[in-house]
Design a protein around this ligand. Structure first.
Ligand SMILES: *Cc1c(COP(=O)(O)O)cnc(C)c1O
Length: 357
């Protein structure tokens, strides 16, 4: 059997969820969209079910998968419905629903639902992706309540730059949010992971942690709270071939790496078809037999090469950690010029093995 696999530590997931609640004192929706950022949505939800205040996913398809997997409790649809015919299912399964656009508001007004639903009314406070314009916000709130189809409204917005700890725009977005909601008596929700970890002054009744649940920092710089996160996924495989090369020999496609001295190279059963980023250059950290080393040459579809010159105890069958408890996914992402969100979401083909539930 091919040795590539992703080990998922559900105890670490629970620890990270608890940390989000502890540092904010708020209720937390565990964001498990995109198959829990590649970690497996149903398994992650099961592991959190007894402690989580609720879950958040992108769309009704993801929410239905959770219900089919036996997940109870609140599930928020972060983009609401895409078509009005989803509304009866939203009622049936008791999903919570973001309203981010006037067309959704109008569809809700026109619908005749067998029971009123819970709406999270989203304000565009400056990111300019989705959310109602501040000038429309109060009227939308009143219209939702008057529609008879809405039982409860939570006020929400989303930050564009909360991962930049010295940038003023999150504070500016908060001011726009506070002005738009003046006089409305309702719970609020603003904070994603970077805002949970790095912006303690921003109020929230509900927080929406995603990436931090999986133990990766959203920041480029060290952060005291982020340092308490525990990586959940360990992507590992084994060395399937070893060669001793003299100086001047190329390794892999395109001869992108050429040895400058006698070099021992190990080939690992892991490639970009597993989700390991092809953009990762020579020098990207890996762990071999518990010792740090580095990637050499281009990542292939099913294989990649690592330097074993300074890891003499490593050989055929040695375990290699591509990311996990020692090699941080955020460091691999940075080397590959991307973010841990993307490298987690790209995971495929490798079996996921769960522990700690
Ligand atoms: C994805 C998402 C989150 C979670 O973001 P992280 O940065 O992963 O914590 C929170 N809120 C909304 C609206 C989202 O779409």
């Amino acid at each position: 059997m091919r040795p590539a696999r992703a080990l998922i530590d559900l105890q670490a997931l629970r620890h990270n969820y608890q940390l989000a609640r502890e540092v904010t004192g708020a209720k937390a929706l565990a964001v498990i969209k995109a198959d829990a950022y590649g970690h497996g949505a149903v398994r992650c939800a099961e592991a959190l079910q007894d402690m989580a205040d609720g879950f958040a996913v992108a769309c009704i398809e993801e929410a239905l998968e959770l219900r089919a997997g036996g997940i109870r409790g609140p599930i928020l649809l972060l983009e609401g419905f895409f078509e009005a015919d989803e509304l009866p299912l939203i009622v049936e399964h008791d999903f919570w629903c973001v309203v981010h656009s006037l067309w959704q508001l109008e569809a809700l007004e026109k619908a005749s639902l067998s029971q009123p639903i819970t709406v999270w009314l989203k304000l565009d406070s400056g990111m300019h992706r989705v959310g109602l314009h501040p000038a429309d916000y109060q009227a939308a709130y009143r219209r939702l309540l008057a529609s008879g189809n809405v039982a409860k409204i939570v006020l929400m917005s989303h930050f564009a730059r909360a991962d930049e700890l010295h940038d003023p725009s999150s504070t500016e977005q908060l001011a726009i949010f506070d002005k738009a909601r003046q006089g409305l008596v309702a719970q609020i929700s603003l904070r994603n992971s970077p805002a949970v970890l790095g912006w303690p002054q921003i109020p929230s009744d509900w927080v929406r942690p995603g990436i931090m649940l999986y133990g990766a920092t959203p920041f480029d710089e060290p952060n005291a709270v982020a340092s308490r996160l525990q990586p959940v996924m360990t992507l590992e495989s084994k060395i399937i071939s070893v060669r001793e090369l003299p100086a001047g020999e190329p390794v892999g496609y395109g001869a992108r790496f050429v040895t400058t001295q006698p070099t021992r190279v190990g080939v690992v059963a892991m490639g970009y078809a597993d989700g390991y980023p092809r953009q990762a250059p020579t020098g990207t950290p890996v762990l071999v037999e518990g010792q740090r080393s580095q990637l050499v040459g281009r990542v292939s579809m099913d294989m990649l090469a690592v330097d074993l010159t300074h890891v003499p105890q490593a050989g055929l069958g040695s375990t290699v950690e591509l990311w996990g408890k020692h090699i941080l996914a955020s460091d691999v992402a940075k080397a590959a010029d991307t973010i841990p969100y993307q490298i987690f979401c790209n995971l495929r083909r490798v079996p996921r093995l769960y522990s700690g539930a």
